[in-house]
Structures are given as C-alpha cells and as structure tokens.
Design a protein around this ligand. Structure first.
Ligand code: BMA
Length: 326
C-alpha cells in the first residue's frame, strides 16, 4: 500500500491535539446496510483496481457471524454483497463453514490473503484464504490449532518466509491474551513461534492490561513495523476495547522497540459506547498514503457499526516513542 492519494481523509479538527481523530461522518457503515444484517463491524478494506474492496463482518439477524465482500469507489460508501462470501477448498473438512469473524486482508506479491477467526468444528482458529479478484476465494489449511484469534499477516515475506501475528485464546470471552509471531515457508505449515508482547501491568497502562491483539496489517516504516493493536481493560462494568501502537523490529518483528502506554483511541462517542457490545473500538484495517503519511483506520464500534479514524504515520511513530512503556 504505497500511494493512495484518493483515500478517505479529513483534517484534524481545529483545536484538537489528538494523534488519531474520528471522522465527523462516523459511523460510515450502518448496522442495517443489508436487509438481513444485525451489525457490520470489525472489517477489512484494501485498495483494489481503481477503487477499494473489502471483507466485512456481517452478523445476520439470526446472529450468525458471516463474512461478506464489498466494493467502493471512495472507501467510505460501501456496496456490500447481500450474500455471504463462499470459499473454494480442496479439503471438505477444512472448508466446512461454521462461522467466521474479524477478517483481515493483506496484499502480498500478487494476491490478497484473507485471515479470519474461523470456526473449525465450532472452535475458533485462524482461517486463511486467498483471492485475486474478490470473486473466487481459495481456502487453505487453518494456520493454527484452536484456540486462536486475531491472525494478522505481514505484507511481505520476512527473511524469506510468510509471517503472521496471532493471539492464542480460549473458546469464550477470553480473559487473557498475548500477541505471538509465527512464520511459514508455504502458507500451510506455521512454526518458529515467538512471543511478541503480553498485556501491560495495570499500574502502567490499564487500557491494555487484560489482553491484547493485533489490528490492521503492520505498516513498514524506517523505524520498524508500525503495529496498531487493541487492548482490553476489565472494568466493573465489563470489557473496554481501545487501541494503541507499537514499533516492531523490521527483521525480527517479535522484538518490540516501542509500545504506547497511552491509547490512540478509546470508546467515547455514543456509537462506540452504545450498541450490542458497549465500549468497543476494534481496528482491523488501515489505508496508508506514503507520500503524505496519512492513515485511515477502520474500526468496529460497539460490535455494531464501522467507523473511520485518521492520523499521520510519522506522528503516530513519535507518539509511540514518546509514550513508550518499554
Ligand atoms: C472479541 C471478539 C471481537 C469483538 C470483541 C468485543 O473477543 O469477539 O469480535 O469485537 O470481543 O466484543
């Protein structure tokens, strides 16, 4: 993702000192965009052709978690297919659909890889598929054993291998979670697992003290991989999902150089604080224009709608260093 002069953008509001600020027209995707959608959130978008494509988490009015394909000219107004996307898979056991949620999309070399939380026999693990046209999706083997969530690929091979972050978990509303790094020579066999980071001590940075998980595809910068990740605080009223940033070593991305002690964005607005799951900001994608440094972050709001937030990569790097807890 290099030069994207047509990506969504809105200047920082006058008088604001926020490093990341919300789009004034949020939410950009309403919960009922589809006739049968209960909610559309935690979704991934990428540049595609002369516009954009995406894989969206659409929970239907049966409250089943489904993935849908969408297209857009401006990456703000989306045309999402009413039918869930289907995967082609050589292995019927792997390809058996149970549920899917929280997709990420990553362009590597000549194709788009989709990773998502995939219900294999009903247990969450990381599903993997690729597409070149957003019409046919080829499903590969699940990357890991259950239980796992938040599989996020790096946008190029690292030291000759594909690389993915993930978050081992349990089968419920996991009360723990660390980010790990894994490598694969072929997108089928994943190994060389390394711990990247664990939740922060409560006294140091409480918004990320219960669990953490990778968000959008990491962005390569001269200072390292810029990783935007979510963190969870357990309050007396339930979980609160916010997001912050870290810089990972370019060649050994399990080595964290800096990690923000402050969050970039945490639930404040009515559409983040009210919905099916209150108090959730959950980023799954970012568009980035290298020339201007602009970034547009797509995040699920209260497990109900999709929002956009903006910032400048150099400022987020500076913020990550300035507030670092490492
Ligand atoms: C996580 C995932 C996300 C969701 C979040 C808040 O465990 O299930 O899809 O946004 O919880 O409910």
């Amino acid at each position: 993702m290099s030069n994207l002069s047509n990506m969504p953008w809105e200047d920082r509001p006058a008088g604001s000192k926020e490093v990341v600020w919300r789009y004034s027209a949020n939410p950009i995707i309403p919960r009922d965009l589809l006739p049968t959608s209960n909610s559309i959130f935690n979704s991934a978008v990428v540049p595609f052709g002369d516009g954009y494509a995406g894989v969206f988490r659409c929970d239907d009015t049966n409250r089943r978690m489904r993935l849908h394909v969408g297209f857009s000219k401006d990456a703000v107004h989306w045309d999402i297919h009413p039918e869930p996307l289907t995967f082609e898979c050589d292995n019927a056991e792997v390809g058996e659909w149970v549920y899917g949620y929280d997709p990420r999309v990553c362009f590597i070399e000549d194709r788009y890889y989709v990773t998502w939380c995939n219900g294999y026999k009903g247990q969450p693990t990381i599903g993997v598929a690729w597409t070149k046209d957003f019409k046919t999706f080829h499903q590969l083997e699940n990357a890991f054993l259950p239980f796992n969530r938040n599989g996020v690929m790096f946008p190029r091979k690292i030291n000759g291998r594909y690389a993915m972050l993930s978050r081992p978990s349990d089968n419920g509303h996991t009360p723990f979670g660390d980010i790990y790094y894994s490598e694969s020579p072929d997108m089928e066999f994943w190994g060389r697992h390394r711990l990247v980071m664990s939740p922060a001590p409560f006294e140091v940075s409480a918004w990320q003290c219960l669990k953490i998980g990778a968000g959008p595809i990491p962005i390569e910068t001269p200072e390292g991989w810029l990783l935007i990740y979510h963190g969870v605080l357990r309050s007396c009223n339930g979980y609160v999902y916010a997001f912050g940033s870290a810089l990972l070593d370019l060649d050994e991305p399990w080595k964290v150089k800096y990690r923000s002690g402050a969050y970039l964005l945490s639930p404040r607005t009515p559409y983040e604080c009210m919905g099916d799951v209150p108090n959730v900001c959950f980023p799954c994608a970012a568009l980035h224009d290298e020339e201007t440094g602009r970034i547009a972050i797509y995040y699920g709001c209260a497990d109900t709608v999709t929002g956009l937030a903006f910032g400048y990569v150099p400022e987020i790097i500076e913020f990550t260093k300035r507030t670092s807890i490492i």
